[in-house]
Write a protein that binds this ligand. Structure first.
Ligand code: NAD
Ligand code: UD1
Length: 330
C-alpha cells in the first residue's frame, strides 16, 4: 500500500516514514524543505534499507500536488506539512493561516478527486487550551489564543465537514501531546532552526554547551513542584500511532489523543535527563511564559480501546534518545 506523507522529512514525519517502510508500506514524501533537509531522505533509507520517493514541492501548490496524485496509486495520506512555531504564528498570522489551512484543503481536494479514502491529520493538544486535565476527545475545543492553535482547530473543522459530505472517507484527527526523543539510531530527530522554543531541544543544547542555561518558565503553577506539567511522548510511539490509525479506522471522522496519559514536570524532566545521561543542566527559574497552561496530559483510553495502541517508551528512553541525537547531529 502506497502512502503519501506530506512533511515527511520533518521531525515526526521522518520517524513515521521509518515505521511505514519497516511495516511494508511504500512511501512518497512531499516536502518543501522550509523546516527540514533533503538529507533526511538518505537517513530514512539508511535506517530502513528502503528509499522513499521524494518530491520537493509545496502542499499549497494544487498543480504540483495533482502531479503526485496522478503519477502514483496513493491509498492513504498522512498530512504533517505545516508551520508549528507558536510565537512566529503571532508575528506572521497570515503566513500560518495560508500555509496550514491551504495545504490541508489542497491535499484533501486531491484525495477526493483521486478517490483516496484515508486521511490522517496532525492536530495538537493545543486545541484543548484551558480545559481541565486529563484532556478527553469529547471536550469542547478552546484553542489557545494564537494563530497556530487556531489553524489546528480550523483544519479539524474543515476535515470533519468534508468527511460528512464524503461518507466513504476515513479521517483521523490525531491530537499529539509533546513529542520528544528520536530514532534509536540517532540518525534522525528534531533539529530546530535557531534557538529552540520547546523544552527538550533546549535541554539537549544546554547539555552540549551550545546554550549556557535553561530558563524554567514559572515555578508558581498549582502543580506539586510549581513547574508546568506536560505529557511527553516518544516520537517512535507517536509514529506507530499513525500506523494504528491508518490500519484500524473505518469510514467517518475519528479523533484520538496520542500521548502517554502521564504528566511530567519541567524539574522532573531535568532531573531524569541529568541522571540518565550523566550530564548537568544548569537552570534558573524565571517568570511564566505567556500563553502557557499549568498542566496538559491526555486521557488515552480511546486510542487504547479503538486502535489497540499505547505508548510503550518512558521518560528515561526519551531523554536518552534525545541526547544521542543531539550528540550525533550537533
Ligand atoms: P516539522 O517542522 O519538523 O515538520 C513539518 C514539515 O512540513 C517540515 O519538513 C516542513 O519543511 C514541511 N512543510 C511545512 N509547510 C509545508 C508546505 N506548505 N508544503 C510542503 N511541506 C511543508 O514539524 P513536526 O514537529 O514534525 O510537526 C509535524 C506536524 O505535527 C505539524 O503539522 C505540526 O503542527 C504538528 N504538531 C507538532 C507538534 C510538535 O510538538 N512537534 C505537536 C502537535 C502537532
Ligand atoms: C508548545 C506550544 C504548543 C504546542 C506544543 C507541542 C507554546 C506556547 N506552545 O507547548 O502550542 O502544541 O509545544 O509541542 O509554544 N519550558 C521551560 N523553558 C523552556 C521551554 C519550555 O521552562 O525553555 C517549559 C514550558 O513552560 C512548559 C514545558 O516546559 O511548561 C514544555 O514546554 P514546550 O516544550 O514549549 O511545550 P508546550 O508548552 O506544551
Amino acid at each position: 500500500m502506497l502512502i503519501l506523507v506530506t512533511g515527511g522529512t520533518g521531525y515526526i514525519g521522518s520517524h513515521t516514514c521509518v515505521e511505514l517502510l519497516n511495516s511494508g508500506y511504500d512511501v512518497v514524501i512531499l516536502d518543501n524543505l522550509v523546516n527540514s533537509e533533503r538529507s533526511v531522505v538518505d537517513r530514512i533509507a539508511q535506517i530502513t534499507g528502503r528509499r522513499p520517493l521524494f518530491y520537493h514541492a509545496d502542499a499549497t501548490d494544487a498543480s504540483a500536488v495533482d502531479v503526485i496524485f496522478s503519477a502514483h496509486p496513493i491509498e492513504g495520506v498522512i498530512h504533517f506539512a505545516g508551520l508549528k512555531a507558536v510565537g512566529e504564528s503571532v508575528e506572521k498570522p497570515l503566513t500560518y493561516y495560508r500555509n496550514n489551512l491551504l495545504s490541508t484543503m489542497v491535499v484533501l481536494e486531491k484525495c477526493i478527486k483521486y478517490g483516496v479514502r484515508r486521511f490522517v491529520f496532525s492536530s495538537s493538544a493545543t486545541v484543548y487550551g484551558e480545559n481541565e486535565v486529563p484532556f478527553v476527545e469529547t471536550m469542547e475545543l478552546r484553542p489557545r489564543a494564537n494563530p497556530y492553535g487556531e489553524t489546528k482547530a480550523m483544519c479539524e473543522k474543515i476535515l470533519s465537514d468534508a468527511a460528512a459530505r464524503h461518507p466513504e472517507m476515513s479521517v483521523a484527527l490525531l491530537r499529539y501531546f509533546n513529542p520528544v526523543g528520536a530514532h534509536e539510531s540517532g540518525l534522525i530527530g528534531e533539529k530546530p532552526r535557531g534557538v529552540p522554543n520547546n523544552l527538550m531541544p533546549y535541554i539537549t543544547q544546554v547539555a552540549q554547551g551550545i546554550l549556557p542555561e535553561l530558563r524554567v518558565f514559572g515555578a508558581d503553577y498549582p502543580t506539586p513542584d510549581g513547574t508546568g506539567i506536560r505529557d511527553y511522548i516518544h516520537v517512535m510511539d507517536l509514529a506507530s500511532g499513525h500506523l494504528a490509525a491508518l490500519e484500524k479506522m473505518g469510514p467517518g471522522v475519528h479523533i484520538f489523543n496520542l500521548g502517554t496519559g502521564r504528566g511530567t514536570s519541567v524539574l522532573e524532566l531535568i532531573t531524569t535527563f541529568e541522571q540518565v545521561n550523566k550530564v548537568q543542566i544548569p537552570y534558573r527559574i524565571v517568570g511564566r511564559r505567556p500563553g502557557d497552561v499549568a498542566a496538559c496530559w491526555a486521557d488515552v483510553g480511546k486510542a487504547q480501546r479503538e486502535l489497540g495502541w499505547r505508548a510503550t517508551r518512558g521518560i528515561e528512553e526519551m531523554c536518552r534518545d534525545s541526547w544521542r541525537f543531539q550528540q550525533l547531529s550537533g
